[in-house]
Design a protein around this ligand. Structure first.
Ligand SMILES: Nc1ncnc2c1ncn2[C@@H]1O[C@H](COP(=O)(O)OP(=O)(O)O)[C@@H](O)[C@H]1O
Length: 197
């Protein structure tokens, strides 16, 4: 890491409006709590949460350029809604600009919006914290917070349901990885409840 936690917070918070930094503080607090509850590493959860929206307010051209130039990025994402780009750009920036080397932390930043199949425990914690941090207020958030008390997977399915429902009402294209992620979580829940049968 190039920066101490304090330096990181100062630099990252300077890249977004106050309201979005407040959201980030909420995600940090919630991600650490979820990590402690479900057995993920709270230090990694905190680091991923600090950085998860680092690229959110970058100009679209900057996000695009960073994704195009990186050898490890998913260029296909550029065919999808711009709203999805900040996670990939943030993942690249976390490594390149902030010196984050931990693959678990980098992945949690990368997949925090879309999810992915076989989400890691840390991916789940950060993605769910993004849905339910205390500043969030959208239809269904209370239910997702309730579900988060007993199952990461149930809560995440409900979170993805809310995103997908909203996209349907807006007649927007759904990024397929979110559907695959939701299907995979449902499969995980089925295995948990039937003991693998
Ligand atoms: N699977 C998806 N397909 C298409 N668009 C999506 C998908 N998931 C999220 N989005 C879009 O990206 C936006 C930003 O998502 P996210 O970063 O999680 O939210 P926020 O900006 O509230 O932190 C959503 O409001 C939605 O418009």
């Amino acid at each position: 890491m190039k920066y101490s936690r304090e330096q990181l917070i100062e630099t990252v918070s300077g890249q977004m409006p106050e309201k979005r930094w407040k959201h980030t503080l909420g995600v940090m607090q919630t991600a650490v709590k979820l990590a402690e509850k479900y057995g993920a590493d709270p230090v990694k959860a905190d680091l991923a949460a600090i950085l998860h929206d680092v690229a959110k307010y970058w100009p679209v051209e900057q996000m695009k350029a960073v994704i195009e130039e990186s050898s490890e990025s998913n260029k296909e994402l550029l065919q999808h809604d711009k709203q999805l780009w900040h996670s990939e750009a943030g993942f690249i920036a976390a490594r390149k600009d902030y010196g984050v080397e931990d693959a678990e932390v980098l992945n949690a930043i990368r997949w925090h919006t879309s999810g992915r199949e076989e989400m890691s425990l840390l991916d789940k914690v950060v993605c769910l914290a993004d849905y339910i941090e205390p500043g969030r207020d959208f239809p269904g958030v209370h239910k997702i917070r309730e579900l988060a008390q007993h199952s990461l997977e149930e809560a995440l399915v409900a979170g993805f349901d809310s995103t997908i429902s909203l996209l349907l009402t807006q007649r927007k294209v759904i990024y397929p990885l979110t559907v695959l992620s939701r299907n995979d979580l449902l499969q995980q829940l089925k295995i948990q409840s039937h003991g693998g049968l």
